[in-house]
Design a protein around this ligand. Structure first.
Ligand code: RIB
Length: 308
């Protein structure tokens, strides 16, 4: 039996409205369909791993409002264990998502409970050494990410950090704890201060992180797929799968979680990348963050259909 993947991070109520275009300052426009859907980078990644069939614990903070019940239910429905998901005296995180035709989005996050921590919760400290890996993002406070990464490294388990969730500079103290760091090309440029406009530049920026202690750098390139840069050896590029894009929200979360699951299953590197790109492709072809995450059989059938 595999030890569970522990995902620590944010959980949000995603408040969606569909728009033809973004409003100008001072302008009021009419939106289309609107809905509340479960999301948040941590919740999405936990739900993704669980739906792919990997035993998963989700650690995070909900608020004390009406959003808390349906958000917890979404984590449970996905199959993740929610015993490390606790309520604090704050509003549940909310993300205001303007979804444009073609799938691009603009998001404002009101982090609420996701930022209310007083050190790592004791049950999370106990759980880390009992887990098989720790998966983190940056929608929780830096000191919490750092503490969880350090605890994971001390326990001798892989620590994976998705760069998404913050525009702040990355605290360099976290880098030596990371087995895998996964930014998109924009986050990579922001974090390293280096250009990332082509593959050579992306590689150079990834290497600069590795010189500070990071293991593998897994760069998301959007419609161009991904580039995996191992600490030693040559990088591997994986193209994305062609699909009709409905909503890109949560696709990066789905990608990182699927890669982590495939890594924990000791699949060959190229299979991990195909698995992650396939999961993300299914995710962008559906509406919502958490509701769009595929299960294992959907990814397997997708890959069977797209095998060359
Ligand atoms: O990565 C997608 C997520 O970012 C959304 O679900 C939203 O909650 C924001 O946190």
């Amino acid at each position: 039996m595999n030890k569970p993947l522990l995902v620590l991070g944010s959980i949000n109520a995603d408040l969606y409205v569909e728009v033809d275009r973004l409003p100008q300052p001072g302008e009021t426009i009419q939106g289309g369909g609107c809905a509340v859907r479960p999301g948040g980078k941590g919740g999405n990644q936990a739900a993704a791993a669980a739906k792919l069939g990997y035993p998963t614990w989700f650690a995070g903070h909900l608020g004390n409002d009406d959003f808390a019940v349906p958000m917890r239910a979404a984590i449970r429905t996905a199959g993740a264990d929610d015993r490390l998901l606790t309520q604090v005296a704050a509003p549940t995180g909310q993300a205001f998502i303007l979804l444009q035709r073609g799938g691009e989005n603009s998001i404002i996050v009101a982090a609420g409970a996701n930022l209310v921590w007083n050190g790592l919760d004791a049950p999370i400290i106990d759980a880390i050494p009992k887990s098989g890996a720790v998966l983190l993002q940056r929608e929780t406070p830096t000191d919490i990410v750092l503490a969880a990464a350090r605890a994971g490294r001390s326990a001798g388990i892989p620590v994976i950090l998705d760069a998404g969730g913050s525009n702040d500079t990355l605290d360099p103290r976290v880098l030596p704890f990371l087995s895998v760091f996964s930014p998109n090309e924009h986050e990579l440029a922001h974090i390293t201060g280096l250009p990332t406009t082509n593959e050579v530049e992306v590689l150079r920026a990834a290497r600069s992180l590795q010189s500070q202690g990071v293991g593998t750098v897994l760069v998301k390139l959007g419609a161009r797929g991904c580039l995996l840069v191992p600490r030693q050896g040559e990088p591997t590029h994986q193209a994305s799968f062609p699909v009709t894009v409905v909503d890109t929200t949560g696709a990066g979360d789905c990608f990182t979680a699927a890669y982590t699951v495939a890594m924990l299953e000791s699949r060959a590197e190229v299979d991990r990348l195909r698995f992650a790109c396939a999961a993300a492709a299914i995710c962008v072809s559906r509406l919502g963050a958490m509701p769009s995450l595929p299960n294992r059989s959907e990814v397997d059938s997708f890959l069977a259909k797209h095998s060359s």
